[in-house]
Design a protein around this ligand. Sequence first.
Ligand SMILES: [Fe+2]
Length: 164
Amino acid sequence: MARTKSLNDTKNDLNAKTRGAMVALLDARLLDAIDLYLQAKQAHWNVKGTQFIALHELFDQVAEVADGATDLIAERSVQLGGQPTGAAAAVAKGSALKPYPLLAADGRAHVEALANALAQLGKRVRAAIDEADKGGDKDTADLFTGISRDIDKHLWFVEAHNVK
Ligand SMILES: [Fe+2]
């Protein structure tokens, strides 16, 4: 996503080029993570079927993980001089996740949809680890690494319900 805002000043010793690249990277993944939060809540509210309570609670755990990730990502952006936006219009325009199937009802459909969302974010966060590392910001790479582990763990939790 093109970056048009200028960086805010900071005494952080990372150079401006690195900070600018990291802010753009963080701001883009922020939109994806907010979308995952919203998709997990959609699943949490609407799931029905014999596995209701297990999935209802698990989907809320996914929402919590996504919510925690949004805070870490947005605050790292601010630390580097960014001014992240998490407004709904920006998420709708900028999220790389596929739209959630709003008519999903039974557990299997929600498991499939949320597993897809987790996998998409997992892939993009994994790419962000490498991008941050190559860009010279080990802390942002580490932040994305922690988030990646959490996303993978919850992808496992969700996929474990998908017994063939
Ligand atoms: Fe709830």
